[in-house]
Design a protein. Structure first.
Length: 243
């Protein structure tokens, strides 16, 4: 029995890494997956096609509200509903506080914080029309503590946690569940330059995550098995924040 048969699922930042793994696993479970990314997602689309899944790509820069509105108009026209959304699009740097420029601030905060906020706004509107739904926002361990990432990234991810909790409280009676996953270091193209054997050994489990290990908790939180979970912040970090 496929858990998400006939469900329409949006995954932002679905062209690589964690977003790609999430998109593929939802498709494997029977969902029609809408992949949103600034760059084309031919590899993700091919991966989904190879497992007999259904997918639809929409090019969108989530830092631009006009792009977001256009994407949701296309979703409404194509499917008439939205059941599940995973807001995964993100970008970050390790720039020091004093060297951060306004341009860099706007770029990171625009995608990691503003983008999540305005995607959630449209997702909630769409889900209220459909009678409910589930949203998972992919934050980071940087959303609950300071890390080596830039202050803008850390602040944005803290913001994702905060806005998710607020939205979860506000829309619980509308049958819309909103939760957060905070991944630790994960084997993705954006993280590879920073992951060393020494770094991995500092994690209690002695290794970094595979993207699928972030995808599967995302699917759980969007499934009926998590029907009484909303406003939760789930650490998927090999025990790193427990230290």
């Amino acid at each position: 029995m496929k858990r998400f048969k006939a469900k329409v699922v949006l995954v932002t930042g679905g062209s690589t890494g964690i977003g790609q793994a999430i998109a593929v696993e939802f498709a494997r479970e029977g969902a029609t997956v809408i992949i949103c990314s600034r760059k084309e997602s031919s590899i993700t689309l091919q991966m989904i096609e190879d497992i007999g899944g259904k997918a639809h790509f929409i090019q969108c820069d989530v830092s631009r509200v006009d792009n977001i509105k256009k994407m949701f108009s296309e979703i409404k026209n194509s499917y008439g509903r939205l059941d599940i959304a995973v807001n995964n699009a993100g970008v970050g740097t390790v720039t020091s506080f004093e060297k951060t420029t306004e341009q860099e601030f706007d770029h990171i905060a625009g995608i990691c914080f503003k983008g999540v906020f305005f995607c959630m706004k449209e997702e909630i509107i769409a889900m209220k029309r459909s009678g409910g739904g589930a949203i998972v926002n992919i934050a980071s361990t940087a959303g609950v503590r300071s890390t080596s990432a830039s202050a803008v990234y850390v602040g944005s991810k803290h913001g994702v946690v905060g806005e998710s909790k607020k939205a979860a409280m506000e829309y619980a009676r509308d049958n819309i569940r909103i939760n957060v996953i905070c991944p630790g270091a994960t084997k993705t193209p954006i993280m590879e330059p920073y992951i060393t054997e020494t770094y991995a050994q500092k994690i209690p489990m002695g290794r970094v995550a595979d993207p699928r290990e972030i995808a599967m908790p995302s699917l759980f939180l969007c499934s009926p098995d998590a029907s009484y979970i909303t406003g939760a912040v789930v650490m998927v970090d090999g025990g790193n924040t427990a230290q």
